[in-house]
Design a protein around this ligand. Sequence first.
Ligand SMILES: Cc1cc2nc3c(=O)[nH]c(=O)nc-3n(C[C@H](O)[C@H](O)[C@H](O)COP(=O)(O)OP(=O)(O)OC[C@H]3O[C@@H](n4cnc5c(N)ncnc54)[C@H](O)[C@@H]3O)c2cc1C
Length: 310
Amino acid sequence: MTTEKTYFRPRSLEEAVQLAAAHQHDFRFLAGGTDVLVNKFHETDTCGCLIDLTGIAELKQVYQEAGRLRIGALVTLDELQRHREVATIFPVLPEAAAAVASPVIRKTATLGGNLLCENRCIFFNQSEWWRQAVGFCLKCSGDTCIASGGKQNCFSKFSSDIAVALISMDATIEVFDQGTRQDIPLESIYSGDGVNPRTLSPAALIRSVGIPLDRDYRSVFKKLRRRKSLEFSSLTSVVTTDRQGHIQIVLGGVDPRPVVVKGTTADERGALIQKAVKKARIVNNDPYPRLYRKEMIGVYLNASFDMLNL
Ligand SMILES: Cc1cc2nc3c(=O)[nH]c(=O)nc-3n(C[C@H](O)[C@H](O)[C@H](O)COP(=O)(O)OP(=O)(O)OC[C@H]3O[C@@H](n4cnc5c(N)ncnc54)[C@H](O)[C@@H]3O)c2cc1C
């Protein structure tokens, strides 16, 4: 009897890309596994095969190249939190990393996995029997969104805390897919559709994240959650400004994709904040009520602008 192999551990990026091409329709890359394995356990992810990236040394490096700091996708959140060079140039990154999950999870959870962790909703992140009892929602092959009271769009929350900080600093990702290598803006990979929240092909492999080194960023990070450990975000906000007076507001946890508002120091603060509040499609899919989270966007952003003296 022959059984098909369901676990691979390639030793090079080329090997990983080849395996991905061969299993395109039924696999996941496995990094720290803190998202993938939980989803498999809950049967919200039923992929048949795992391609473990942890044997690929080149995904673990941090280095400067062509005016960017490049951070390997396999750098753990614990390493990100403690990395001297990262902390000196982009202090908001260790702060965002420290706000994810718990110390034990951060020892295995990686940067690449964080950028691609699955969107969340209180009607989706439940066991199979719970979801069946309540009635399956759009994100698990049902025909209606329970959180929004019957709409035909899925509003599952974008949940990566680190992506919010990175997008505010114009980060790019280095992607290998079907024989090509591309640097693309991180912001561009999030679709806004809660069922399929990313635009990358299933076989796309992130090698590193790149952040411009010459912009003198100053950022304020804030995260709303019920307790200061092991809680996903009910609202994450980052406001970043640079030497040229650009301002970027980025929100997580309040829409299927990161909410991004760009402006300059010449813009009126209230108008920028109102734009961010309006863009966030918040529904009741979180322990905190929708209106409270909406209100807190203004509270957090005003406090962040104050802290940056904007
Ligand atoms: C209890 C708990 C609390 C959590 N709290 C938070 C939180 O507060 N904030 C937060 O942001 N996250 C949170 N998470 C989610 C998750 O743990 C983190 O986002 C983590 O960083 C995911 O990284 P990972 O390496 O474990 O990813 P994995 O689970 O290995 O992978 C996640 C996804 O990314 C893909 N992937 C991984 N690496 C690559 C790569 N290099 N190229 C292409 N695809 C890749 C995988 O195929 C999968 O689809 C929490 C998880 C748990 C279990």
